[in-house]
Ligand binder design. Structure first.
Ligand code: NAD
Length: 503
């Protein structure tokens, strides 16, 4: 099907460097969230396909063309993938928007980030060659030792729909840089661009089996991957409840996992900020970018009482000014949420908040000019207390809840009053206060005088119920490496622990 001059490709599963029909031949419809129309379909993998893909990955590791590559050789593949992404940037961005509802501007930025992330891990793959074997000096003559950093093996990469190709890249690029063979299971709600990554890998001649891409439902394709005895690690990004299932399955085989889960991040705003509008825009971007479907969204605004009223007035003006439209329209800043399920979920959160006594200061309805599509106006909720669902639970939609504070101690207590620990933001011009908050925030990511900017050189991940392990940066590569110590006894003398029978 062609939409706005972009054809939705019809693909199969990408296994062993080829397109392969799923064993059970099932397919899942692709729904454009902006129109609610079916625009194509994706293959639905099951346990049988997982077996075939895992076998292909194992064979790739055993073959010299992948298993014996140097980091520099793998870097060439990563760079070639990055170049192809940029070559197809506008088409891939359009596909991403049609599939997930992301604004075209954000999808295009994602494609730049995808290419940059492949380039970055190409650099790290090259650097790995000199670090592959590190001698360790024991100051002993009788032993020679070194440490090897080797690919961990076959890795399962399970990813969500909010940044479909980017979240996949955060795992695929370092896994390939490390020399692992990978099986990617993207979200059934947005898989088009991940399948196109398969086509790109085929075009650049990535050795068969180094990357396999299985689209399909979580319980049917993700679960058998998590529990597969020949998968050495699962790297997961998604919701807490799924993370628990994956960790439980992996635990049966003592399989390592890394989990990047949800959040309910705070943004604390102090009255010493110089420019109210600048802070208002960060608060807006922190919660409404990607239609609020961001794990690190700063969805709890904690504002100093002395400026709360003026801040909220400005926040309202800025919010009303956000262009909500079909994500392919120019200047669209808020598209639909990804699916009817997510739409219903967001509306339910709003009605629950009302029922619990909160005030809907703005939004929460379908925009009048959009009769179809999973659109919801951005929502600002006040009169929130800390026992309410809206304060405690991740919505994953454009919903901001607001609380005020008087003292710094109160602000810290409110910020950390969550089971999650992904990100926190503080807006203040007091450098020492920002340092105090950096220490006090119980999260893996701290933003000072901003919210959300993300750089692939820096570690990404959380604590508490937001999970553990880190994507991105050198930490994102480490998790795909096996650290192997090698100890050699070099003395001609006997060890002499036991008495020799010949004496
Ligand atoms: P989800 O947990 O529903 O799905 C994520 C992936 O897991 C999908 O590919 C899905 O098919 C698969 N899956 C579902 N059930 C499974 C099972 N039983 N076994 C194995 N795999 C299974 O999450 P989602 O709705 O796609 O994504 C939204 C969530 O992701 C939010 O909670 C968000 O905060 C989180 N997220 C976190 C980060 C981060 O870096 N911390 C980034 C993006 C999204």
């Amino acid at each position: 099907m062609a939409i706005r001059n972009v054809r939705i490709p019809s693909r199969q599963l990408y296994i062993n460097g080829e397109w392969r029909e799923p064993v059970k031949k099932n397919r899942i419809p692709i729904i454009n969230p902006a129109t609610e129309e079916i625009i194509g379909d994706i293959p639905a993998a099951t346990a049988e396909d997982v077996d075939v893909a895992v076998e292909a990955a194992r064979r790739a590791l055993a073959r010299d063309d992948w298993g014996s590559t140097t980091g520099a050789q793998r870097a060439k593949y990563l760079r070639a993938i990055a170049a192809k992404i940029l070559e197809r940037k506008s088409e891939l961005a359009t596909l991403e928007s049609l599939d997930s509802g992301k604004t075209l501007f954000e999808s295009a930025a994602d494609m730049d980030d995808v290419a940059a992330c492949f380039e970055y891990y190409a650099d790290l793959a090259e650097a790995l060659d000199s670090k592959r074997k590190t001698p360790v000096n024991l100051h002993l003559d009788s032993f020679k030792t070194y440490v090897l950093r080797e690919p961990l093996g076959v890795v399962g990469l399970i990813t969500p729909w909010n940044y479909p190709l980017l979240m996949a890249t955060w795992k695929v690029a370092p896994a390939l840089a490390a020399g692992c063979a990978a099986i990617l299971k993207p979200s059934e709600l947005a898989s088009i661009t991940c399948l196109e990554l398969g086509e790109i890998c085929r075009e650049v001649g990535l050795p068969p089996g180094a990357l396999n891409i299985l689209t399909g439902l979580g319980p049917e394709a993700g679960a058998p991957l998590s529990s597969h005895p020949h998968v050495d690690k699962i790297a997961f990004t998604g919701s807490g409840p799924t993370g628990v299932k994956i960790m439980t399955a992996a635990a049966q085989l003592v399989k390592p996992v890394s989990l990047e889960l949800g959040g309910k991040s705070p943004i604390v705003v102090f009255d010493d900020i110089d420019n109210l509008d600048i802070a208002v825009e960060w608060a807006l971007f922190g919660c409404f970018a990607n239609t609020g479907q961001v794990c690190s969204a700063t969805s709890r605004l904690i504002i100093q009482e002395s400026i709360a009223s003026e801040f909220l007035d400005r926040l309202l003006l800025w919010t009303k000014n956000i262009k909500i439209s079909d994500p392919l329209e120019e200047d669209c800043k808020l598209g639909p949420v990804v699916s009817s399920g997510q739409y219903e979920k967001v509306l339910k959160f709003i009605s629950n908040a009302k029922n619990e006594g909160a005030t809907i200061l703005y939004g929460g309805k379908r925009p009048e000019h959009l009769k179809k599509g999973y659109y919801v106006q951005p929502i600002i909720i006040t009169d929130v207390n800390t026992s309410m669902e809206i304060w405690k639970e991740e919505v994953f939609g454009p919903v901001l809840c607001v609380k005020t504070f008087k003292t710094e101690e109160e602000a810290i207590e409110l910020a950390n009053d969550t089971k999650y620990g992904l990100a926190s933001a503080i807006m203040s011009k007091d450098v020492e206060r920002c340092e105090r908050f950096t220490k006090a925030f119980q999260t893996g990511i701290i933003w000072i005088n901003c919210s959300q900017p993300t750089f692939h050189q820096l570690p990404w991940g959380g604590k508490k119920r937001s999970g553990f392990g880190r994507d991105l940066g050198e930490w994102g590569l480490e998790k795909y490496l096996n650290i192997k110590q090698v100890t050699e006894y070099t003395s001609d003398d006997a060890w002499d622990f036991y008495k020799s029978p010949s004496n």
